[in-house]
Design a binder for this molecule. Sequence first.
Ligand SMILES: [Cu+2]
Length: 320
Amino acid sequence: MNTPAKLSGFVAAVAAVFGIALLVGATVGPVEEQTEDPAASAHDAGHGDAAATGSSAETPVVEETPGGLMTYRNGYSLALAETNVDSGEGRNLTFAINGPDGTPVTDFDVTHEKDLHLIAVRRDFTGFQHLHPVLDENTGIWSVDVDLTPGTWRVFTDFTPTGGDALTLGADLTVAGGFRPTAPRSDNRTATVDDYEVTLDGDLSSGTDALLTLTVSKDGQPVTDLQPYLGAYGHLVALRGGDLAYLHVHPDGTPGDGATRPGPEVVFHTAVPSAGTYHLYLDFQHDGVVRTAAFALTADGAGDTHEEPSAPVGHSHSGR
Ligand SMILES: [Cu+2]
């Protein structure tokens, strides 16, 4: 008696499976296109590149693979001279950016006042450093001193090869010695560094261009004479928890434009590609010293793509 009901249930199930298969097909397609797309670059994410790359313009903001996850991309690669090193302060690190012809690149476009920005961070989000290596133009070898504690580090190089698109390549660096991983940071909107306190306002939500306002105070007084650092009153790097996807965060306004004040507020905008916790590092300069304030902020997945349409974005398996 029940058979027709069962059958129609089966048909519905098959239809559901097909529906999911169709969805998967639809979502895999653009990703495959993207891996062939040499123009994919973190710098230009969400800034109108989609039209130029020929991918049909839906929501271009967060469709790209974020930067920093790949060691090889668009024919370029990050080659660390050594991938296993000893710990210590001021450890010399050398590397090359190899180009599509397999030889080290020596011509770079200046971005944020430098040819190349290097971010080194231990994979448990300890020991963040934002450095500017020096290039030997004869050999294409970059050199920089890094303070390394034992553990696995991620090294990011953020650059624009002349004639090419902006890229962020990442590679792991293993530092010998025993270490105890730092527990994951829970969300924090206040960071203290030396005599400074920095607070973070604004929320992250996938698919939305978020405004983040960082407010700097010293000894309880607002700081109103921040100094430009890399052409802005602050430089913010965002790394996603779990995989350390590297996001570009753009400052709002530039020093000397007549509207941007030297603190206490520094405003940035960014679009995160997914839900998740993001680790944010603000470099700011005051009294001639660059300091880094560290935050963590969890983004909701309101704009996450590739979700099953009927399922809420939250998690239904929490079991509580
Ligand atoms: Cu830099």
